[in-house]
Ligand binder design. Structure first.
Ligand SMILES: Nc1ncnc2c1ncn2[C@@H]1O[C@H](COP(=O)(O)OP(=O)(O)OP(=O)(O)O)[C@@H](O)[C@H]1O
Length: 231
């Protein structure tokens, strides 16, 4: 007998174009050590709906580690992180339903086209405007990669691949968006496009935490900058 399919959720979010209740993501004194190696010095972060916190820090200072803790995929060694007072854990349906994260590369399949990927994601998260194909096309168009919709992931340039990864994450509804260097590999125009999309998500009520090395983008999207100390 098969186990019941693990549901994502039907909760709406800014990606779904619906009104979004407030959320608060808090990390207090979170730090991480593995086998005596410091990955992240203790740091505090708090963000609520409609705000963006930018994580700034030199290479290796622990920004990705912090994002993993906020995504509930990594336990902190010290301190605690919570979403609306509940501990973050990606295995927990509440965390999964509210938090979308681009940390590293999401899983992609060689034999599915870009639009196939988004339609697959749509089969979990759904939407209420048009068909799944319409919704997927609209997401790809927002990032100006709709002309690549019938390509396979390995037929993309590195910047196009990154835009595809962003599309997979931005496509699903989410009250919290965690993005690790979303500007990487993007040209100036695409960075501007992404900036506008993130500002729109903020205006729609998403809470954003973004690790970013681009000062222009940081100034445009950030309500608060958290400097992550070198380890
Ligand atoms: N599994 C691990 N075991 C031990 N140390 C690790 C492990 N993973 C990462 N580190 C170390 O932890 C530190 C923080 O890494 P992290 O990827 O969080 O930094 P970052 O600020 O995101 O860096 P970048 O700006 O280069 O992306 C680095 O010094 C890294 O070498």
């Amino acid at each position: 007998m098969f186990a019941r399919r693990r549901q994502a959720t039907t909760e709406p979010g800014p990606g779904a174009g619906q009104a979004t209740p407030l959320v608060t993501l808090t990390a207090t004194g979170v730090g991480k050590e593995i086998d005596g190696n410091v990955l992240l010095r203790p740091v505090d972060v708090a963000v609520t709906s409609g705000q963006c916190v930018v994580l700034r820090g030199e290479n290796g200072s622990g920004k990705t580690t912090l994002l993993r803790i906020l995504a509930g995929t990594l336990e902190p060694s010290s301190g605690s992180a919570s979403l609306d007072g509940q501990a973050l854990d990606e295995r927990n349906q509440t965390t999964r339903s509210r938090v979308a994260a681009l940390i590293g590369s999401p899983t992609a399949y060689r034999d599915l086209t870009l639009i196939d990927h988004l339609v697959l994601i749509d089969s979990t998260w759904g939407g209420d405007i048009g068909t799944a194909d319409d919704r997927a096309d609209a997401m790809l168009a927002e990032l100006e990669v709709d002309h690549l919709s019938e390509r396979f992931p390995h037929e993309l340039s590195s910047g196009q691949q990154h835009l595809f990864h962003l599309a997979m994450v931005l496509f699903r509804p989410a009250r919290v968006l965690l993005l690790d260097e979303p500007e990487q590999r993007l040209d100036t125009h695409k960075r501007g496009l992404l900036t506008d999309i993130l500002l729109a998500r903020k205006a729609a009520g998403a809470a954003l935490v973004v690790a970013c090395h681009d000062p222009t983008m940081t100034a445009a999207i950030g309500d608060l900058v958290v400097d992550v100390a070198a380890v």
